[in-house]
Design a protein around this ligand. Structure first.
Ligand SMILES: [Zn+2]
Length: 292
């Protein structure tokens, strides 16, 4: 969709004389939380819950990305409700959850590290001043301090299961805004897939049969096919490793309180149960080593 021109970015970066504060040192300052946290680490469920867009926090050095605080709290800053849904699912399945602790506007953990949308200049027609002039070093620092610690931790946790000869399922939890760039999105819950169609379809069938009134999106409003998500979290940890996964998106207006998030997470969990009980979800997989 929004294919940004990395060449143009480089040119601009070279033309700027005065560098922003973040260029001079680390992105994360002393006392700030690390790029992710793990909840329910000792959970006994065989799987991992991933929430790439759990937080709207911005490191102090990036000065709210040059935006007003209330803008950061909108959908462009994070996936509203996804953290609460993830924590609910983590408790229900007794599975560890890895949650990002910084805004997707700082760096989008759900893109390949060199994808143009990894550090966006514009999101839903809003300019992101702190991303307008990024030097190569600025980009590298965000990758080093925020992106890679998150991805590496996920790789390690998955390796822990594989070492025990278990096949962990990955549950990627997201949420989508009801309207993006002027286009309304009617689905209440959406399931995305690329090479795990069987799992996705069983989940979709489950939601529809349990709740015929619910409008379920299939690879809507995004699709995992295509270059946009090549190199993303699910690509890296599930598709490339041949691990089973589910990628679910909740519509944000339906999950914007803890109670609402729990309600929709339960709808998801109810339909997920038969997937977890289906031996075909896990059988006959040749699991590949984690990508370094
Ligand atoms: Zn998301």
């Amino acid at each position: 969709m929004k294919k940004k021109k990395s060449k143009a970015v480089k040119k601009k970066a070279g033309a700027v004389k005065k560098k922003p504060a973040a260029s001079r040192g680390r992105v994360l300052s002393a006392g700030e939380p690390p790029s992710f946290r793990v909840e329910n680490l000792k959970g006994r469920g065989v799987g991992l819950i991933l929430c790439d867009h759990a937080s709207s926090r911005v490191p102090r050095s990036l000065k709210d990305m040059g935006l007003k605080k209330n803008i950061l709290k909108k959908h462009i800053g994070w996936d509203i409700g996804a953290e609460d849904a993830s924590l609910h699912i983590s408790r229900a399945l007794d599975m560890p959850a890895v949650l990002a602790q910084y805004s997707r506007l700082v760096i989008d953990l759900n893109r390949a590290p060199h994808h143009a949308e990894c550090m966006v200049e514009t999101s839903d027609r809003i300019k992101i001043p702190a991303n307008a002039v990024l030097s190569k070093k600025d980009r590298e620092r965000r990758l080093k301090e925020i992106y890679w610690p998150y991805q590496n931790k996920i790789g390690k946790l998955l390796d822990g299961f594989v070492k025990k000869r278990q096949v962990p399922i990955i549950l990627a939890i997201h949420s989508f805004t009801p309207e993006m760039e002027g286009v309304r999105r009617p689905w209440q819950i959406s399931v995305m897939w690329k090479n795990e169609e069987k799992i996705a379809k069983q989940l979709v069938r489950g939601i529809r049969s349990n709740h015929p009134d619910v409008l379920v999106g299939e690879n809507q409003p995004y699709t995992l096919f295509g270059e946009r998500f090549a190199g993303s979290t699910i690509w890296r940890h599930a598709e490339e490793r041949n691990l089973p996964y589910v990628f679910v998106e909740f519509r944000q207006d339906l999950v914007d309180t803890k109670q609402k998030a729990a309600y929709w997470a339960d709808i998801f969990l109810q339909a997920l149960q038969p997937v977890l009980e289906n031996s075909e979800t896990f059988a006959g997989r040749k699991i590949k080593p984690s990508k370094k």
